[in-house]
Design a protein around this ligand. Sequence first.
Ligand code: FE2
Length: 669
Amino acid sequence: MVNYTVTVATGDLAFATTLHNVYIKLVGTDGESTRTWYKPLKLSIIRGAVSSVTVSCPDSIGKLVLIEIDKQHHTLLFFENSWFPAKVEVRSPEGDTYNFPIYRWITDNEVHRFREGTALRIFEDDHHLGRYSREQELKQRGEDYCWDVYLEGIPHCMRSEGPRDLPEEVQFSFTKTKEFVLTAATGLAELKLKELSDSTDNWHDMDAIDRVFSCKRTDISEYVQEHWKEDAFFGYQFLNGINPMLIQRCSVLPNNFPVSDDMVSLGGPHSLADEMEKGNIFLCDYKRLDGLKTNIINGMKQYLMAPLVLLHKTPDDQLMPIAIQLKQTPADDNPIFFPTDSEYDWLTAKIFVRSADFNEHELNVHLLRTHLLAEVFAVSLLRNLPMVHPLYKLLVPHTRYTLQINNLARSFLISKTGVFTKFAASGGKGVKTLLKRSLSSVTYRSLCIPDDIADRGLEDVPKFYYRDDGLKLWDIIHRYVQGVLSFYYKNDTEVQKDPELQKWISDIFEHGFLSHAGTGIPESFTTVAELVKFVTMVIFTCSGQHSAVNTGQFDYAGWMPNNPLTLQRPPPTTKGTTSEATMLKTLPAINATVQIMSTVWLLSRQSTDSVPLGEYPEEHFSQTNPCDLIKNFQRALRELTEAINARNKSLDVPYTYLDPKVLENSVDI
Ligand code: FE2
């Protein structure tokens, strides 16, 4: 007889334990073991525990290919319970160690097969049982993860009746569910806003908004409250606020924005043309919002503009707004506002820009360009790549909780009764139009920060921390991805002959970008370099980009006048008609304000079981090379954190949203 030492680790998470009978069988190239019984209450099946058992065979069964695990109902127990095995390690009589990553809930009494941890593409998976289990796994996943169309013209999503209908392996943990539900349920109370949530009144003075806001603040939200009226801070937010994605260098004024030299003050003898030539003029154009059907809130029509904003980089490196036109078509009743206008004309124009920016941010920059695309990357991964595939191992940690958070967003934010539908200017029909318009403007280059910054002409804008940190982060992720994928794909031919990999990208092209070749999204991969770039974009989008547009939501929108999600009055059509009173009537009503405040509070909070970028508590890779590359990746991320911390010490407003310590591996909130 020969002995195999089988060590089972149960996951360290709530309810991971099972009290039922567990059986394990080893399958090797030369035979298989008998199905071996683990006694109920054996330590290895208690939460977080690790213990070993000996499996004896008459002879060696050769190189291990897979293990089979099943859990059977214990006759003395009257209840079902799931088990969450983390991994199994097998020590063979020859002295070899085999690792089997699992990290899955086992809820039924079926036999489940798990492959040894060495990553294998299909063309090198040469054992018939390995191939069979690969096919079976993908067949099952194809049934468990199906595409659905939530709305024509936007990326497809995961079909599901609700969060509890999702496969258990992609649901929130108990901890995450508990915290999320609690924060959602108590958000209004915690912010002491509950009694205000039904009030359809307008705000009568700024102090009343301040009293509400005082209940919950962050260092940055306090700064925002103090500085929101200042032009320099208005300009700063286009670079380092929660929407750094719209601003671009302006070398020619758009035809529909007739600003001339005599209108603007550039603080010296230089003309607008001179300053454009020098690269000192910037534009934010919200044309996507033009003609959008706006919401009705508290029985009142709401207003959302499609502004054009011109900004000037001053010699002391401030980005100052110099002209704002609130509607796309020039007209007498569509004045261009300037800093020299009356205080409230200029402030009102800026408030309309901030409101347009927040609607654009939430639907395009945040929801579509991070959440919905991350879901497409995840569903395609789960449908097309088996656990033993190297790309599955690389990307699955970056899909954690994404399917459920998006399911919740569809149910509670943009559904008929969702907070966004009820209280955003673009809520309702506007959401659909804006999401469709947004997808048609997404390009592959705009998802890759080095290309995006170059295309927007922003390479040398000073004090642009989103760019500085984002480019460094992109490089770190790129080095890691290149290391891992070039270890598995030695040449371009191996990329071309991997049908599972090709199906992953072709599904993304079809279901994420609706087969629009004009986006530049690849339909297939022909080179290792193309694959590395695309996978870098996927990890960057799910981690850094999502954090850059998500984490600061309460910081910047907690003080509502800085980021009103809707406005109740039309903008002034002539100058000299505004006052503090008209501004207060224009700002969102009390109920709209507090509902949005509590939502951004919820969406800015990390759960206690969040996983920072580069931490992989689930060990899908077992080979030395990728494990070493993960350590290098973690070291580089730590160095970036140190550099960001050192830089932030000298800033009035620290930019932390791309600090690897703050980033999560996946879109999960
Ligand atoms: Fe988010």
